[in-house]
Design a protein around this ligand. Structure first.
Ligand code: TNX
Length: 520
């Protein structure tokens, strides 16, 4: 990892022979030609340049630490690209030219929490938003504009096209899921994923914290879950788990990128790691063996025993206390070892437990078989009729259709990692769909957003995560942010190709899809 860097050699050569590393400055200046992903709501150009150089200073509109931290973050992200440190200054009533301004302002309601307005003139770059999250999203746009392509033929001088960008998201939930159960990933790996999501303005990381193969979070009242249930993974490796302190740190790190963590404890199926850790969770009172295979649908909590609900209450209480976000994900998928007449009252009761700890239920689409609370959300992965059932109960939908959005699916039959039970998902296939017209009877008003799940049966290390995420993830980010009427694969693929420079600068191990017109 993973900062945007101009090859040092190129800078060195440029200082000697200024024309040898051909700058790709666009002439004439045209802000609308920038390859920003997700595509902003509107861009206008005024045909001039702002000059970014060593003297550029970032000002913030208030003293709030939050804004100053963001200015430092921007400076930090720009300096590897520019090769110099952009300074951060306290507010100034009369800022001089050549500055970047981050300002909280009362923007129109349509900008919401995450919208922003970026105005670039010859004298300054002004970023305004109603809320800090909007400033953070706008900073990502600045990062995508100030790249090595904007360097002028004078070293250390960047020419940024002038104009205005007005931008806000179409959906409020734009996420990715990481399965840390089938294979465990370190805190550093998770931080890296969070940074990738941030670059594309995504705002949710859903962590699949338990499954048959591993329990990945410390629960103080049931310590064996992590100690025993977390001690292996698919293939028999050593597994692992997050201590509560580590989980809290991930939550905090994500929050610094205005990303919310959604914790998932899968139930009543996908629970072998718990069943192996505590005999009393099994109907026959006997602990199961740890499991390191990849079959699904064989395990179930004992839905008729009271201890099961005491266990769930403790687990949901401890995790909820560490989770500021609104959702607690209860899984609920593929409970083939639970009879449906047991499944329905189980989910009904667990919804009450989640509510009693102040959280809202998210669950895979099967939870629509139960009586959904009005604020429960069904995550549609497989069944259209479950999604329709959820909507008919007044619940909302999170769209993750496996054949479009599962980033553990292979690109094609030659992809060395991943599965293909739902589909092969080439980059165009993953981009070309509209969540609001995908399921009959489920429209935009029923949908909170989209999520791309990364199941990890075959995904072992960060490099693998990157290979499956990129270059598909920017497409999911765009589906969640940009209205369907403004999206087309033929236009998008050209912008996506331009992001190769970011993938390379961030040292991302990405799939060079033949469907994307990369530079030769
Ligand atoms: C189905 S999707 C599952 C997971 C697997 C995944 C592999 C869902 C709710 N359940 O248990 O990991 O397929 O693609």
């Amino acid at each position: 990892m993973k900062n945007l860097t101009i090859p040092a050699l190129c800078i060195a050569v440029m200082m000697i022979i200024p024309t040898s590393c051909k700058p790709m400055t666009k002439t004439p200046a045209d802000l609308t030609k920038e390859s920003i992903i997700p595509k902003p709501v509107s861009i206008t150009t005024t045909g001039d340049y702002f000059t970014l150089n060593k003297k550029t200073v970032i000002f913030v509109s208030g003293e709030a630490d939050e804004m100053i931290n963001m200015a430092k973050y921007l400076a930090d992200k720009l300096s590897p690209a520019t090769g110099f440190a952009v300074k951060v200054n306290k507010p100034s009533a009369n800022p001089r030219s050549g500055t970047i301004h981050l300002t909280l302002a009362d923007l129109d309601k349509k900008f919401g929490e995450e919208g922003y307005k970026l105005t670039i003139t010859k004298q300054m770059i002004a970023l305004a938003a109603s809320k800090p999250a909007g400033i953070f999203r706008g900073i990502q746009t600045i990062r995508q504009i100030v790249s090595k392509d904007t360097i002028s033929n004078k070293p250390g001088i960047f020419k940024i096209s002038t104009g205005t960008i007005t931008d806000y998201p179409g959906y409020s939930y734009r996420g990715m899921m990481l399965d840390v159960s089938r294979h465990f990933f370190s805190v550093d790996d998770v931080k890296q994923v969070i940074d990738y999501l941030a670059f594309y303005k995504m705002n949710i990381l859903h962590l699949h914290l338990s499954d048959d193969q591993g329990w990945r979070i410390e629960i103080k009242s049931w310590p064996n879950l992590a100690n025993h249930g977390g001690s292996t993974e698919v293939g028999g490796g050593e597994g692992g788990f997050y201590t509560q302190e580590q989980y809290a740190y991930i939550v905090k790190y994500a929050a610094s990128r205005y990303i919310t963590i959604v914790p998932e404890i899968d139930m009543p199926g996908h629970t072998n790691a718990a069943l192996a850790s505590y005999p009393e969770l099994n109907c026959n009172g006997k602990a199961t063996e740890l499991y390191t295979g990849t079959n699904v649908g064989f395990s179930s909590l004992c839905t008729k025993n009271e201890i099961t609900y005491k266990f769930l209450d403790d687990v949901i209480k401890e995790i909820s206390a560490l989770t500021p976000g609104p959702y607690f994900h209860i899984g609920g998928d593929e409970s083939h070892a639970t009879r449906v007449e047991d499944y329905i009252p189980f989910i009904n009761r667990v919804q009450e437990i989640v509510a009693s700890h102040g959280k809202q239920v998210l669950g895979w689409d099967e939870i629509a078989l139960s009586v959904l609370k009005p604020n429960s959300v069904a995550q549609c992965w497989a069944s259209e009729s479950n999604a329709q059932k959820a909507v008919s109960q007044g619940a909302k939908i999170l769209m993750s259709p496996a054949r479009k959005a599962y980033i553990d699916m292979q690109y094609d039959s030659l992809t060395p990692l991943g599965l293909h039970w739902a589909a092969y998902i080439e980059v165009d296939n993953g981009y070309n769909w509209d969540p609001a017209t995908f399921i009959p009877g489920v429209g935009k008003e029923n949908i909170i957003g989209i999520e791309a799940p990364m199941w990890s049966e075959t995904i072992i290390k960060l490099d693998d995560i990157e290979y499956m995420m990129f270059p598909r993830l920017p497409g999911y980010a765009e589906i969640g942010w940009t209205s369907a009427s403004m999206r087309s694969w033929d236009e998008y693929k050209v912008r996506l190709a331009k992001h190769e420079k970011y993938f390379k600068a961030m040292e991302i191990n990405f799939y060079r899809s033949p469907r994307v017109p990369w530079d030769k």
